[in-house]
Each structure stands twice: as structure tokens, then as C-alpha cells.
Write a protein that binds this ligand. Structure first.
Ligand code: SF4
Length: 346
């Protein structure tokens, strides 16, 4: 790929000019190391100019008992799907949710994602929102997929929920229905619309490396523009879980994840771009920051009181290690205890 060609595209990105689809595809197809580094520099620079410090988001898994059948082909989270996941079914009790939320707050992490499997009409989400918001000052993201109706969203809002996440994963309809035969894309789009109509911040992300094309990703990223309250885009690289129908499907390569994060940053300079530590790999978090992300999810403090595994991969991010990574890159983490933000004494 000609250096000049890529440089011309990146100059347009730097100047906030709209990129055409074929220009974005050229960014996805970059192979030259110099071009790749330049793409990362542009994405980081756009993040630094438009976003504040790096957000940290912890997690509480409410239940893995999912009533969707058949199960999504990649899922290792739901009960019975993968020996690498939780496998055994669980539903967290109120006091377990409370203890986990308090420990997250005590560690200085500003935000928690409470997520759970499908089939409860949002009831488990509402219970968790009430517990978290009545007892802590944590910012709260709720993610129960498409398991929400308008009245549930209104109730979540009433309890002070800050963000609701409903990932479309892919908007390639054929692929969606192949991978998620128990759900419909329409239902997920509908929930995103409801969240937006109710004026709550919407988080809606892409699962990448599942057989979608670059064109699918670009179409998906542009599709998200229709949701007025869109505030966050998670980019989740696929990792195969043992025992699932996709156990032999290759993991999404790191450079592909980085390019997708960078392209998302170019298209959405002002939005929160989230990378879950499990999907990129806790050891690779720095590469998500290099690519322009500004929120690392599934960060767990040392004294976390309940067993936790990641979604998308069983690995999780350790708070101390992630803080060290952020600091080593000259970035500032958003953490409640100033002494942890910088300098870090280890
Ligand atoms: S990905 Fe979510 S909706 Fe699909 S089977 Fe797993 S828990 Fe259920």
C-alpha cells in the first residue's frame, strides 16, 4: 500500500473530514508497519484531543442462567456452554451484589457494569440498579442484551442508571442469525431505539472476527449514528471458548482489533470507546489504548468478593496492573483515589 495514499487518508482523518468507505477499507488493509503506527498515532491523538482521562469500568455478573435457545454459538458465559466459563448456573443474591459494588467503590473504580443473561424482563437489572445506586456513588451501566421493554428502561432510569448497553454484535443479518439463532437482530435494534427514545445513554458495540467483512464493520459503525443517545461503542474481539460450536474458529488477531478501535475513534472522536480486558487480553490492554480506546472494562480489584470470569474470554483485568499500564503510557486513569491515579508506588 502506498505510504502517500494512506498518509492522504490519515490527513483527512486528522482534519475531521469524512472518510469514504473505500478509504476506511484501505485503513483496515494496512500491512506496512509504518502505516500501521501512523494510524495508531492519529487515533491516539484524536482521543487525547477529544476525551479526558481513561475511564475504568468494573463488572458484576448477575446471572448466567440464559433462557435463549438455542444458545448463541460463541457464548461461553451462559450456564452449560463451556467448561472454560462459569458452566454452573448462578444468580447473585442482593447481598453479593452489594458487597461486590462496595468493594469496587472502595478500590476507587468509578464505574460498574451489571450484566446478566436473557429471560427476566429486565427484573434482575432493575434490582441490581437499585442496590448499586442506593448504596454507592458508582456510575452504572446495565447490560442484559435485548431483555428489556420500554417500562423496564424507564424504571432503570428512575433508579439513576447512567448507561444501558445492547450490543448488536454484527448487523450482517445472515451472520447474526447464524450465530445467534435464538435472537433476532430486529429485537436488538428495537431495544437500542427504546433506550435512545427514553434519553438514556446507549452503549452498543461490535463483536469482531466472527466472519464479518470490513464492509460489514463500516456499515455497522455508520448504522450506529441513527441512535441519538449513543455515547459508547465497545469493540470486542472474538475468542473461542472450548466446548462451544465456535471452539475451532480463530481468535480475532490483535492488529485487527487495534485497527478497528482506531477506525472507530476516527469515526467517533467524541464517544467513549470501550475495550473489555478479557476480549483483547489483559496483557494487551496497552494496545487498545495505543489504538485510541478510552475505557477499559472488566477491571477487578484485589479484594473482589465473588468469583468472576470475563465475558468473551474467561480472563479479567486486574486493577493494579491496568493502572500501571495506563501510567506507563503517560495517560491518566480516572480513579477516585488520587494517589492511585499518579504516581503509583509500585
Ligand atoms: S450470548 Fe447472551 S443471549 Fe446469547 S446465549 Fe450467551 S448469555 Fe444468552
Amino acid at each position: 500500500m502506498g505510504v502517500k495514499l494512506i498518509e492522504g487518508i490519515l490527513k483527512k482523518a486528522e482534519n475531521m473530514q469524512r472518510l469514504k468507505d473505500d478509504e476506511i477499507i484501505k485503513l483496515f488493509k494496512i500491512e506496512d508497519k509504518g502505516d500501521f503506527n501512523r494510524l495508531m498515532d492519529v487515533a491516539s491523538q484524536i482521543r487525547n484531543e477529544n476525551r479526558g482521562s481513561i475511564k475504568l469500568t468494573s463488572t458484576i455478573h448477575l446471572t448466567n442462567k440464559c433462557k435463549i435457545t438455542p444458545k448463541c454459538k460463541y457464548c461461553g458465559f451462559a450456564a452449560g456452554t463451556s467448561p472454560q466459563g462459569y458452566y454452573k448456573g448462578f444468580s447473585k443474591k442482593n447481598d453479593e451484589i452489594l458487597r461486590a459494588a462496595r468493594e469496587i467503590e472502595k478500590a476507587g473504580i468509578p464505574r460498574v457494569s451489571c450484566s446478566g443473561a436473557h429471560g427476566y424482563n429486565g427484573k434482575h437489572a432493575i434490582r441490581a440498579a437499585k442496590i448499586v445506586k442506593e448504596n454507592t456513588s458508582l456510575e452504572l451501566l446495565i447490560n442484559v442484551g435485548s431483555d428489556l421493554k420500554r417500562e423496564n428502561i424507564q424504571e432503570l432510569a428512575k433508579h439513576g442508571t447512567d448507561t444501558i448497553c445492547c450490543n448488536l454484535e454484527t448487523i450482517n443479518r445472515r451472520l447474526f442469525h447464524h450465530l445467534k439463532p435464538g435472537e433476532t437482530l430486529e429485537q436488538r435494534i428495537k431495544v437500542c431505539e427504546l433506550i435512545s427514545e427514553e434519553g438514556l445513554e446507549l452503549s452498543s458495540g461490535l463483536l469482531i472476527g466472527i466472519g464479518e467483512t470490513y464492509k460489514d464493520r463500516i456499515k455497522h459503525l455508520r448504522f450506529l449514528k441513527r441512535f441519538k443517545s449513543l455515547g459508547e461503542i465497545p469493540i470486542m474481539g472474538f475468542n473461542p471458548y472450548k466446548g462451544t460450536p465456535m471452539e475451532k474458529h480463530p481468535a480475532c488477531p490483535l492488529d485487527d482489533q487495534m485497527k478497528t478501535i482506531a477506525v472507530t475513534r476516527i469515526l467517533y472522536p467524541h464517544l467513549r470507546i470501550t475495550v473489555p480486558a478479557p476480549t483483547i487480553g489483559p496483557e494487551n490492554v496497552k494496545f487498545s489504548l495505543i489504538a485510541g480506546a478510552d475505557n477499559i472494562a472488566t477491571i477487578i480489584p484485589d479484594n473482589y468478593p465473588i468469583e468472576v470470569k470475563g465475558v468473551g474470554s474467561p480472563h479479567i483485568g486486574n486493577l493494579k496492573r491496568i493502572l500501571k499500564t495506563i501510567k506507563s503510557m503517560g495517560l491518566k486513569a480516572e480513579i477516585k483515589h488520587e494517589k492511585l491515579a499518579s504516581p503509583i508506588p509500585w
